[in-house]
Design a protein around this ligand. Structure first.
Ligand code: CA
Length: 219
């Protein structure tokens, strides 16, 4: 899952980037609205974490402009003050949820999962494709009777494939889910993880579409 983090505070930015990257999110961190716009024009993101108080154009103005331009990605607003006005203005500007700083990383991740779930039209916490079901909060997967716990990267890959059953994702699209801008992309990672997932869950859990990429299997 790839997230655009817009936060000018170095300490908060660094700790969020580190904490979320450790848990398997690909994080691109920018510190102002203009860089956020550049990022959004160059990459596709699953979600944006948006600080309100930014130097120059603030988060609310940026958000209003993005919604006017029909950017539909889920936005979780980060606000420094526990003020009702900030929350109301932010939600009315097009934010899907908010957190007041300081917040707990576990709560942030739970809210991210909930936003992604709603964005993808699921009311259930479990992701299901055919007889494969994946629990995003525990990273447990079951394929028929076979149950397994996925590593962080295995989870990221399965989550990306299961979010769009039937769609074929290329190696580079999958790498985009795994790595942020500043991460060094290791060659062959996707193929290695697909191999391991098939070993764990059976060959048919991921289909290889020759010359194109991968899609979730029928299992
Ligand atoms: Ca700020």
């Amino acid at each position: 899952m790839r997230i655009l983090l817009v936060e000018d505070d170095r300490m908060i930015g660094e700790s969020l980037q580190k904490g979320l990257a450790h848990n398997g999110y690909a994080i691109d961190w920018v510190r102002d609205a203009e860089s956020a716009e550049l990022g959004l024009s160059a990459h596709s993101y699953d979600l944006m974490l948006l600080d309100i108080g930014l130097p120059g154009k603030n988060g609310i103005v940026l958000l209003k402009e993005l919604r006017q331009k029909k950017f539909t990605l889920p936005v979780l607003m980060l606000t420094a003050r526990d003020s009702v006005t900030d929350k109301v203005v932010g939600l009315d500007a097009g934010a899907d949820d908010y957190l007041v700083k300081p917040f707990d990383l576990g709560e942030l991740e739970a809210r991210i999962r909930a936003l992604i779930r709603r964005h993808n039209g699921r009311s259930e916490p479990l992701m299901v494709a055919g007889n494969i079901s994946l629990n995003p909060s525990t990273r447990e997967i079951s394929v028929g009777d076979c149950k397994a716990l996925l590593s962080t990267r295995e989870y990221v890959l399965m989550e990306a494939l299961m979010a769009r059953p039937g769609a074929v994702l290329s190696t580079s699209q999958l790498e985009d889910r795994l790595y942020g801008w500043r991460d060094e992309v290791e060659s062959n990672t996707i193929a290695v993880h697909v191999y391991q997932l098939r070993k764990k869950l059976g060959k048919r859990c991921i289909m290889n579409v020759r010359g194109t990429g991968y899609k979730i299997g029928e299992a």
